[in-house]
Design a protein around this ligand. Structure first.
Ligand SMILES: Cc1ncc(COP(=O)(O)O)c(C=O)c1O
Length: 384
């Protein structure tokens, strides 16, 4: 038996409490028992999105919410400014293309955050742009983008909304929707919300809801106006992912018990410990200037295909982490600290990494990564 450790940036581990809640019998989604569950989940989502707006539950993965954001707020002839600094930025561009929306691509070097001044310049240069699409956290590169700064730029432009993919961010670091002025905010179940994959969540500001009135792109399953109407009555337009909504109630209860500030502080502490550990091992951070609080991306040792590290960790030690994609395939690896992660998940990743690197002939001093992580983890999260 090889015990398995799921330490990837999504899907993330699911707490026992949530799994047990989801073992409950299915209830019918048009009956009062479900309405009570649905409404508790809906209230909890508002809390974690930090918004007064309804947060809609969709049965589908995060990409469904990305597609819904586009088809409900854009219309034929609109132009989209897409921040493209990784695989998920590319996805914004690709979905826009699929619906015939012209894109202006703000290409950002992988491993770097977008410069808000570049966003401003792009908006100033083209008044046909009606939306800025970006990621709060670009999971493919482990970069945190300054989405709050982007929101400030769109707030003063009546015709422009900002759309934030927070799939690997929301519930891990502070993204206060109403306060920051995000017009569309999206996440998925299988990340910080500690659930299995299969649900996506999306909220729109008043400015974004107004846009749904004139949006003329084709939509049916992803029609948010229809969902809003149904969900205001405690049910969904079509059959919901009942089990995931039941699990969501439990995971939100857990997060509330911990407290939002503490949840953010925990992610921050785990991220700092991970960075310190890999640097102590002589590895270089891939995104040192804008490191993500949820996934640390790391250059592999020179000459070693990082796919081998990922494989060694998985096949010999049962530890699943992720490698790089596209241009950095084989060059970087990514260690997650997202969702149901605690001190010993980081130590597991780091110790296993030390073992795998040693197996692969990399000259490291065993234990130095673990010691560096322990020093930060033992200090505990920053006290408020
Ligand atoms: C930042 C980001 N956006 C979007 C997605 C897409 O979500 P899904 O795979 O659930 O469709 C992911 C998934 O990893 C992600 O990390």
């Amino acid at each position: 038996m090889l015990k398995q450790y799921l330490l990837t940036p999504g899907p993330t581990p699911v707490p026992e409490r949530v799994m047990l809640a989801m073992a409950r019998p299915i209830v019918h989604h048009r009956m009062p028992a479900f309405t009570a569950i649905f409404n508790e989940a809906a209230e909890g989502l508002k809390w974690i999105f930090q918004t007064k707006q309804p947060v809609l539950q969709l049965a589908g993965s995060g990409t469904l919410a990305m597609e819904a954001a586009i088809v409900n707020t854009m219309k034929r002839g609109d132009k989209a400014l897409c921040v493209v600094g990784g695989k998920f930025g590319e996805r914004w561009r690709n979905i826009c293309k699929a619906y015939g929306i012209e894109t202006v691509n703000l290409d950002v070097e992988w491993g770097h955050a977008v410069d808000p001044q570049a966003v401003k310049a792009a908006l100033d240069a083209d008044d046909k742009i009606t939306a800025v699409f970006s990621q709060a956290n670009e999971s493919s590169t482990g970069v945190r983008h300054p989405v709050e700064e982007i929101a400030k730029l769109t707030a003063t432009r009546e015709r422009v909304i900002n759309v934030v993919d927070a799939v690997s961010a929301l519930g891990a670091f502070d993204l206060p929707m109403d306060k920051a002025g995000f017009d569309v905010l999206i996440t998925g179940s299988q990340k910080a919300l500690m659930l299995p994959p299969g649900q996506a969540y999306i909220a729109l500001s008043d400015k974004a809801w107004a846009r749904t009135e004139s949006s003329d792109l084709p939509k049916f399953y992803a029609d948010l106006k229809r969902e809003k109407k149904a969900q205001s009555g405690g049910e969904t337009a079509y059959t919901p992912a009942v089990t995931l909504t039941i699990g969501l109630v439990e995971s939100l209860r857990m997060l509330k018990e911990e407290g939002l500030e503490n949840v953010f502080a925990r992610h921050d502490q785990l991220a700092r410990a991970t960075r310190a550990a890999v640097e102590a091992l002589g590895c270089k951070l891939y995104a040192p200037t804008a490191p993500s609080p949820t996934v640390t991306s790391v250059w592999g040792p020179t000459g070693l295909d990082t796919g081998k590290i990922v494989k060694q960790l998985r096949d010999k030690y049962g530890v699943s982490i992720t490698g790089g994609q596209d241009a950095v395939k084989g060059k970087i690896f990514r260690v997650a600290h997202l969702g149901y992660f605690g001190v010993f998940d980081i130590l597991t990743s780091v110790t296993a990494l030390e073992m795998a690197l040693t197996d692969l002939g990399v000259q490291i001093q065993r234990g130095v990564g673990t010691a560096a992580a322990e020093a930060i983890l033992a200090a505990g999260p920053p006290q408020k």
